[in-house]
Structure formats: C-alpha cells, structure tokens
Ligand binder design. Structure first.
Ligand code: F0G
Length: 442
C-alpha cells in the first residue's frame, strides 16, 4: 500500500513523496493531504476485523488509532509505531446537557480521556510515528498547551528531543506542567499563538527539526480515527451531526476527511454534518464564512478558552472543505455561554476544559435558532480534560471569573464579569460536628 502527499488546491493537486519533509505544497504553498490507493473491497469485513481486534493484546490493536490502520495505511513497519494506547475514549449519554440544550438526547465523546488528556494524542501517535519513519531526532510545535503536552509525551516515548513554542502566560497550568514533566525544551514566546506558529514554521522549514502541528497531514490521519471509533462504538449507526470546537482547525479538517473517505469507501451511506463552534472573539472561520471571503479573515483572538485562542488558523481551507463535503456549518458562542455550558457538562459527571464546552453551548444556540432539530442524533466531541485548566473552573464556581483579567505577579485589573449561573462554591465550615451537620441539614 503506497501513501503519498497531495496538494489540496484544485488547480494544483501536485503529488509528492510521503517522506518529503514538506508542510505545504512546494509549488503553490497549498495544504497537503496524505493520500492512499486504498485496496478495501469489502468494508463489512474490515468493520469485523476492527471489532475482533478489541479482544487482542497486540499493542497496535490496543490503540484506538492503529486498531483502524486499514484507514491510515502509511506505516508499513509496525515496529516503528509510537503508541500509548491512545483513543479508546468513551461516549457518554448526557441527560443534563440534553435538557440544557433542548435536544431530546445528546452524546458526548470524551477525547479528554486520552493518555495526556486531549484529542491531540490521536494525532500525535501518527505524527511521531511518521517522524520516526523519517529518522527525525528533534520535533517541534507551537501550541496553546495541549499539542505541546501530547508531543512532549510521545517524543519522550520515542526518545526524541521535543521543542515547544508557547505564548507566554497564555496557556493553562495543567498543560504547561505536562510539557515540563515530559522533559520538553519549553520556549515561552512573547506574543500570541499565531506568532509562535509563524516562528516554528520558519524554523522547521530551515532546519532538520520536524514540525508536529496539525499542518502536518500525518497528525490529521490519526485524528480521523476519532470519527471511526465513534462510529464503531455506535455499531456504525451514523449520527446526524458531529459538533466540534474550532481553533487551529485541524480536528474539524480530519473529521471531514474521515467522513469523506468512509463514504467513498462504502463504510457509511450518509455523511454526518460537521458543525464547528468558535469563541465569539476568536472567530476567523466564522467571519470568513459569513463574508463568503475567498481569503481567511484573520482576527486578533481573545477568549478565556485559551486552547482555541487562535486568530490565523492554518487548516482553515480544509475545515471549509469539511463543511462543504458534509453540509456542515460554523457558529460562535460567547464567553458566558461557554462558561455555563461547561458547568452543565460537569453536572453530567463528565467535565471538560473550557474550549470543549463550545460544543454544548453551540448546540443550545443552534436549537434556539432552529438550525438543529431537537430530535436530531447529535454527538459533541469534548476535546480536553477538566483538569487541564482548574483555575477557570474554580474561579467560575467561586463567582470570580472575568473576561479580562490582567496579572503582573498579582491581579491588577479585571473587567467584564462572567455570571456564575451554576456556581457550586465550596463552603467554609468549622471543623465541628454540629456545624457540619447544620450545613448538611441533618
Ligand atoms: N479543544 C482543545 C482542548 C484544544 O486544545 C484545541 C486546540 C482545540 C479544541 C481546537 O482544535 O486546533 O484542531 O481546531 N489546541 C491546539 C494546541 C491549538 O496547541 O493545543 P483545532
């Protein structure tokens, strides 16, 4: 089975070797896809193989990415695969969230239950495996925190040096702590994610360092399995819609490619719609879509959901394509809507980081605008673990969350308070039995 890279631009479509160290098309700078001459003739048989592998203890079969390897056949040497049993994430029914949004039923696929706590692990196992196939020794990424945590872990497993570029003071501590512990060289850059991304792109183009942001198409091959695993878990019952947060737009891009390929190969006979939700003030894709612009409308991004604080997303054209293929759409939600939706996801005993809560907030909004019917079969993808950003959660529950807060060693200014609609603040109680019983009402 041969894999190759192909430019996504319709008037280019240049093909290059899968082992070329290129992030973009050498002719036109277009984004690249990993393409295959798939040899699948009987999708039902392949589905059965996926199912049978659940009983196997082979490291590849234990991975929720490589279990589906027929759909990402770029690695012909299983010994080279770098895996931490990623994927394998549950789908939960979420009755509180369903009622909150107005849907009859809602399912949450929790990618935050991956080895490093985010969906990035699905992509990173593929990206680091490709790095190893290319004999790379140093890997790098720009990150709002989760990509860097994941890359640092997988690079450590593979014995590679990891260099991460993060915007200073703008990533959640849970994520920063991971990269430090996993031994990555951590560069805190002045400026935002978009500037960090520009720097890492230039440096990896000019040196032997291998880029592992989602502009790397092998990352997206791994993330396709989020869709494949979700369908396999549902016995291949196709949902009407999949809702996903949009930041650098890698995940939505990979969902589009997965759905298109599964459809073309005969695994599914209809395509679930991909609905992308951005934060209101980090909304370049939404703006571009609404303005029907042929170029990306960049923004200076602001949101407390730091994972998606991105104004110049690299994969926007692939995300556009995902929406086109699946009749999908993009919408935006406010900081208040994100915060309340996150608390509601918590009430279902599930929990997530702020960026993930755009999904439930977005569904609520789209039910109100009648874009989504309340009978629809919807799966929201939660992208990151609750424990990634505990400050946000504790501040919300203590009625202390502000859209704008400036710190210089200590808090010096805060503005635009977010209402803690579903606050569950801790109570201070004297360590005396009678006081505790009084609080418990017993
Ligand atoms: N949710 C979480 C928790 C994320 O970490 C990210 C992206 C997204 C959603 C958006 O996904 O970029 O594929 O559209 N985080 C990246 C990072 C940018 O550096 O960790 P996307």
């Amino acid at each position: 089975m041969s894999a190759y890279l192909q430019c996504i631009e319709e008037n280019c479509q240049k093909k290059i070797s899968a082992t070329a160290k290129a992030h973009v098309c050498p002719d036109c700078n277009g984004l690249l896809d990993v393409m295959y001459d798939f040899q699948i003739t009987d999708p039902d048989k392949v589905k059965q193989t996926f199912q049978q592998r659940r009983l196997s203890n082979d490291p590849l079969d234990l991975s929720g990415v490589w279990r589906y390897r027929e759909l990402l056949p770029f690695c012909s040497d299983p010994a080279k695969v770098v895996t931490m049993q990623e994927g394998n994430t549950p789908i939960y029914e979420a009755p509180h969230c369903a009622e909150y949004t107005g849907l009859k039923k809602l399912h949450l696929k929790h990618q935050g239950l991956n080895p490093t706590g985010s969906f990035k692990d699905n992509g990173m196992t593929a990206g680091v495996t490709q790095a190893r196939l290319m004999n790379s020794r140093i890997v790098a990424c720009a990150s709002t925190g989760n990509t860097s945590a994941s890359m640092a872990a997988y690079a450590a497993r593979a014995g590679m040096k990891a260099v991460i570029f993060i915007p200073d003071q703008q990533i959640a501590f849970g994520k920063l702590s991971q990269s430090l512990d996993y031994g990555a060289l951590t560069l805190q850059l002045e400026g935002d994610f978009d500037e960090a991304m520009k720097m890492v792109k230039e440096i990896t183009e000019e040196t032997e360092v291998y880029l592992l942001n989602s502009i790397n198409p092998f990352r997206l091959e791994g993330q396709k399995t989020i869709i494949v695993e979700m369908l396999a878990q549902r016995g291949w019952k196709i949902p009407d819609r999949v809702v996903v947060p949009g930041g650098n737009l890698g995940n939505s891009s990979s969902f589009g490619k997965a759905i298109k390929e599964l459809h073309d190969l005969g695994f599914i006979d209809k395509m679930p719609m991909v609905t992308i939700i951005q934060a209101q003030r980090a909304n370049p894709l939404y703006k571009t879509l609404i303005d029907r612009s042929a170029r990306l409308i960049r923004v200076e991004a602001h949101t407390l959901a730091t994972a998606i604080k991105i104004g110049n997303p690299v994969s926007w054209k692939k995300a556009m394509r995902a929406m086109e293929w699946t009749r999908g759409w993009c919408d935006v939600v406010s900081e208040q809507e994100i915060a309340d939706a996150k608390a509601m996801i918590g009430r279902d005993g599930v929990g997530c980081e702020p960026a993930s809560a755009t999904t439930v907030a977005g569904i609520k909004k789209l039910i109100q605008t009648k874009e989504i019917d309340k009978e629809e079969d919807v799966v929201a993808v939660l992208t990151g673990n609750l424990l990634k950003d505990p400050d946000y959660t504790v501040n919300y529950h203590q009625n202390n969350l502000y859209e704008k807060a400036t710190y210089k060693n200590e808090l010096i200014e805060r503005k635009d308070k977010i209402q803690s609609t579903y606050a569950n603040a801790p109570l201070k109680v004297k360590a005396r039995k009678v006081e505790i019983l009084k609080v418990l009402g017993l």
